[in-house]
Design a binder for this molecule. Sequence first.
Ligand code: AKG
Length: 299
Amino acid sequence: MASAVSTKASPVHPPKITTVKALVESTGTSSIPSFYNFTPYLRDEPIANDPEDSIPIIDLSLLVSGTPEEQSQVIHQLSNACSDWGCFMVINHDVTESLTKAMIGSFQEFFDLPEEEKREYQGNHVMDPIRCGTGFNPSMDKANYWRDFLKCFAHPEFHTPNKPAGFSEIAREFSKRNREVIIILLKAISKSLGLEESYVEKAANFELGLQLLAANYYPACPEPEKAIGIPAHYDHGLLTTLVNNGISGLQVKHNGKWFNVNIPPNGLFVQVADHLEIPYLSSCCRDTGLNISLSSIDG
Ligand SMILES: O=C(O)CCC(=O)C(=O)O
């Protein structure tokens, strides 16, 4: 009796590598596995190179303690930045350089933990208060992304991994300072729309809204022109503040071109996210990789 032989090709699954970091360290490879290959998407749109056309800069100290004329001038700049770019840089704020460095260092120590220790925080659901992982969702997406991440809810409840030592204290202070910046910006944004200063905070129920502290780690990629860290996307919520370790892979789309985001020393990059999209423009970003970035996403 003949037995039936299936002619169906078995699905090709990526090898079970937990993180991009582990992949790089285990193979020391000079080429990337094909399931990280994102090439067609990276070549599709032009990169801006006009030095005159640059991401607007907002001086927060003038919003807080400038003269009334200076304050209204900055509110006007903010309004233009939000409607024309959907993003801007913030300088002269109270998230100190040493705090940011300590936070980046602590996240780096987390990513350097042995794989089995990080796996404790793997999480399965987007609403898990602590979640580390890699890539994206291989069952939904055409390619895996060249990044590892750790995301923690910072407000209304504060959650962080209990290692490395000191992580929690630094994360609490870093989140608090970023939240203060966001509150100042939301008040100014309300005013820029001709509304009472606490309008957006109240309308968005900001006090009870979620603040997410997230770090993306992009290990050095042997073929950076083929992989992408995070593909083009819009952020959820109201505003995202973002810093990096000085190596920028982040790009923002403006008038059909991608702009490299070069954050000024101790500056913050702020993205208008989709809850503010009706009055303003939410910005489309992607990260081509090769850095470590921290974002605080509010709303
Ligand atoms: O890591 C970056 O540079 C970008 C992060 C980002 O856009 C995100 O996490 O939504």
